[in-house]
Design a binder for this molecule. Structure first.
Ligand code: PLP
Length: 525
């Protein structure tokens, strides 16, 4: 191979060569990166050459260990595995990492996902050796500090939700939903009938019906009103003695506060049902309103959205579930309880016969608990409240900054996020997808698009509380420039992104006829 590192300059080699030629009139690319440094990155299988190796250790002395291992446990040689030097591997992955956009790179206004910046301090605490190096099977006497942290976090999350007890076990929001519904089912079951249906508004996140279905419930979709809110009459009409629960996100996925929630909860409770709160939007309520006071019986938190856990990239999350006193006996195990001057884990079902059991290995994703606790302590009650107020203020600022340029399907006060659509660009033949792609040229991650489903061509923006006014102004400026371009140069907009490493994909063809590369010599399976 004449080029041992394997990389190829992109110019002339890919559609993104357009990036180099985009030239005059283009917004500056992210970080002003020179397109000349963009490069194709082959697969690891296409790198390296036979016999190349990442380490150069001396041959072991003494008998080969393989001699003592039963032959059945040894794998034979595999033809076609990549053989690379350490530097090749490091460069390959480092180059790939530069193709990524993260919150550390720039604004990430992905609505519903709360891609806020998480302080490095929480990260530092989670990495303290006393926490990071804990063994999950260590006896309680050796890990009193960790148990105390879990206990205090559990108490704090219960207090913030206005609930009685919280299970820290679930690993994500959706897992929390599933756990909450298991608790609801167990409670109904304890009263003789688990019931069969769960009511879910049409603005709900897709995980809500999925969690209900996975838990054996039939979902009944409720239409939201023309104001984007759920109305008591709609709930009353669907409510009967076979409904186990209603699942409500508040504020809902349009960012709108469900102002009829108390009345809705009374209707559901009146027919023996329970009210499940999807707490993924707690960012809007922290320290301002408590779900327990609004009539909710169960809510899940998304620590990775609200409490400083890195979000995205496939890392672990945490979706603690808070419940009222009536439901507390059904929470999963383990639970941490005070025990004399110390703390202990309740793990024996005999001690909590109502418990739905274990839903996660060991104690849950403990590192997330450390981050959340550090964040809670760093902000304190006033800081948490300020978080919610700033999240709402920032979204209101974006709503005001973009009104006139984009159509607002629900022209009402929304809280921590705001949903626009592409109605105003329709005449020019410009869609939400074009706007999103063009934002990439301006160095911003696009917002959530085409969700929630009740808004055709939705552009769902959640700036979060961590962005400065300057960052919001820059984003608003880019969005307004795109709205102008939709009128003045729609063809250019439709060709976007022009400065990204990859230009627009033919998504239909990519889905129908994917090109799966195959290197000769690779073995199947
Ligand atoms: C993110 C989100 C969820 C799902 O949370 P995961 O942690 O991704 O499973 C559920 N509901 C709403 C409203 C959300 O925004």
């Amino acid at each position: 191979m004449s080029n041992p590192t394997g990389w190829k300059p992109s110019v002339g080699a890919s559609p993104s060569a357009a990036a180099g030629a985009a030239g005059a009139g283009e917004p500056p690319g992210l970080g002003g990166a020179a397109p000349g440094l963009a490069h194709e990155e082959p697969l690891l299988f296409e790198h390296g050459s036979r016999g190349r190796c990442g380490v150069s250790l001396p041959a072991p002395v003494g008998p080969a260990p393989a001699a003592e291992i039963p032959a059945a446990l040894l794998r034979g040689p595999i033809d076609g595995l990549p053989e690379l030097s350490e530097l090749e591997v490091v460069r390959h992955f480092t180059r790939l990492s530069t193709w990524n956009h993260g919150i550390d790179t720039g604004l990430y206004p992905l609505g519903s996902c709360t891609m806020k910046y998480n302080p490095r301090s929480s990260e530092a605490f989670a990495r303290l050796p006393g926490f990071a190096g804990l063994h999950p099977l260590a006896p309680a006497t050796h890990v009193q500090g960790a148990l105390e942290l879990m206990y205090r976090l559990e108490r704090a999350l219960s207090e913030i939700a206005g609930m009685s007890a919280t299970s820290l076990s679930p690993a994500a929001g959706a897992h929390g939903e599933l756990t909450g519904l298991m608790v609801i089912r167990a409670w109904h079951q304890s009263r003789g009938n688990p019931r069969r249906k769960v009511l879910i508004p049409d603005t709900a996140h897709g995980t809500n019906p999925a969690s209900a279905a996975l838990n054996g419930y039939t979902c009944v979709e409720l239409a939201s009103g023309p104001d984007g809110r759920l109305h008591p009459e709609t709930v009353a009409a669907a409510m009967d003695e076979d409904v186990a629960a209603i699942m409500v996100t508040n504020p809902n996925t349009l960012g709108i506060f469900e102002s009829h929630i108390a009345e809705i909860a009374a209707i559901v409770h009146g027919r023996g049902g329970l009210v499940y709160g999807d707490g993924a939007n707690m960012n809007a309520l922290l320290g301002v309103a408590r779900p327990g006071d609004l009539g909710f019986d169960v809510i899940q938190y998304n620590l990775h959205k609200t409490f400083a856990t890195p979000h995205g990239g496939g890392g672990p999350g945490a979706g603690p579930v808070a419940v009222t006193g009536a439901l507390a006996p059904f929470l999963p195990l383990p639970m941490v309880v005070e025990d004399g001057p110390g703390f202990r884990l309740v793990t024996d079902p005999a001690e909590r016969p109502g418990s739905v059991g274990k839903i996660h290995g060991f104690w849950g994703n403990f590192g997330m608990f450390v981050r959340a606790w550090a964040y809670l302590r760093e902000l304190g009650p006033e800081g948490l409240r300020a978080t919610a107020e700033l999240a709402v203020l920032n979204a209101a600022y974006v709503r005001a900054g973009l009104s006139g340029a984009y159509h607002l399907p629900y022209p009402t006060d929304s809280l921590h996020e705001v949903v626009f659509d592409d109605q105003a660009q329709k005449a020019a033949g410009i869609t939400t997808m074009d706007v999103a792609k063009r934002l990439i040229d301006h160095g911003f991650h696009p917002p959530t698009i085409y969700f929630p489903l009740v808004v055709h061509g939705a552009l769902m923006i959640e700036p979060t509380e961590t962005e400065s006014k300057e960052a919001l102004d820059a984003f608003i400026g880019a969005m307004r420039a795109i709205a102008d371009e939709a009128r003045t140069d729609p063809d250019r907009l439709r060709a976007a992104p022009l400065r990204a490493f990859r230009s627009r994909l033919d998504e239909t063809r990519a889905a129908r006829r994917p090109v799966l590369r195959w290197t000769p010599g690779m073995q199947a399976g």
